[in-house]
Design a protein. Sequence first.
Length: 590
Amino acid sequence: MPATPSPRGTRRGSPQLRLRVGFVVIAMLLSVFGARLVQLQGLDPNSYAQMAAAEGLRSIVLPAARGDILDRNGEPLADSVDGLMIIADPRLTAPHAADLAAFLYKKLDIDYADTLAKLREHEVDGREVRFEYIARRVPSTIANEVLAEAAKRKYEGLTTERDPVRDYPAGDVGSNLVGFMGTDEPLAGFERTFNKQLSGTDGSAQYEVGGGNRIPLGESAQTAPVDGQDLKTTIDLDLQWYTQRVLRQTVEDSGAESGFAIVMDTRSGGLLAVADDPTYDSNDPTASPKADLGSRALQDVYEPGSVEKVLTVSSLIDLGLVSPRTKIVVPPELNREDRTIHDWFPHGTIPLTLAGVIAKSSNIGTVLAADKFKQGQLDAYLRQFGLGQRTDIGVRGETSGLLPPGNTWTHQTQDRIAFGQSLSVNGVQMAAAVNTIANGGVRISPNVIDGSATTDDGQVVGTDHATRKRVISAKSARETMLMMERVIDPDVGVAPGAAVPGYRVAGKTGTAQRVGAECGCYNGTDTVSFAGFAPADDPRFTIYVVVQNPASGGGGSVAGPAFAKIMSYALRRYGVPPTGTQPSRLPVEW
């Protein structure tokens, strides 16, 4: 009879049965864990959302790196350096919020009350806040020191994330054009005008936290930042630095209120330097008065004075009405209706050529020559030279100056405009007008952006879009240049201090009375200036120096020497050789 299994043997089972039972148990456990994992990964969104709300979902900005602002050689005028944002988890900082807020106030100079509110536990829209920005764009060395000291003091809940800091390695060099950043937005200059190009697009990241720590299997999402694009300018960093230093010394030595100087590439129209004084350091703009934070060379308006005379006489020559040798009898004074016109220097009746009128800067001689214009002709030429309209080079707040409509001119209006009064200009506008003579009679639009860029309001600017327009003939420009050379001649001219040894220089002085803001009248203060180019017979640079209200001196004695220093440096820096030709010997008297 076959043996029957005992009840005990059935309960314990065979080894094969126990193995099968084990596999079943393991499979059931894996199934449970797998179901939970699937639930965590999103098949049960309601359950996950409840957990996220309970534990907290952290969202952070991933800042884009701001594009650099560069000079023409790729040297940075503005760039970004390593920085960090300091972040707090209010659940962890709340127990020591008051002490921590005081600590951060001392270390980072941030508002105590606002910081304290962020460090305390609070809710937004019914949800507990686990993430607060405490400080943005903190230099990494400072941020790391703050967190290290906070850890020593047992302050919990502070962390950091990458947050580039804007830096201006050249300090005040070009600052009036470059501008500066606020905490979260650009406030001035190129930083503001080209913000869309420079700023790029910030990214973001979200992840789930619990107990102050990131949950490895929690929900996460990330959008990578798109870095900003660089902005390349026509500015030459070294030449800009030198121009600013010469200008500063000139303003200080003359006891003046302010000044600006412009260096223009005659052939391309690119601005190699646009210097203002007083100026400011873009790293610390709040240390300077608000009046110094813009560009006087583009935003201030003033009467150009006698520099404008070269535009008047070149227009007359272009019309065929005069020549450099035209004879003009210049009386001691000139009565025009109910006004009397004087020269800046006392004299009897003198026989001057038109070249002599320019060399001596005679108002009377210029007015007598301008009598040859027909109605509207001078107005038309001045507008062709670019007066009365903005240069639109990409600088916010640029003025267009003021050139009265031609149909409103009286005889007296033309008289005054002919020698540089009763109209106003900005500095770059006037430099471009004089550069037209240097460039053989062709006006090239000035530019300060190398290549092409678009302002935030949609204006396309840059050297790629420079325009060229003939204003006067090449012959007229050359004859005007020959007259301007006589201004520097120490024997006959009014500005021998503007000479550059070894080079032919053409130039013109300017001294104009300023209109007082309160009285609306000429109040005894002056704008003095000098504009010129070199080498005179093959121009490479046009330079314009303007000084406001010097204690003494005129365009020749104050602005002329500054012009000479800047021009000498520019010619050497760019290796421009003398032409080796003889300067003009046009007669000044007859």
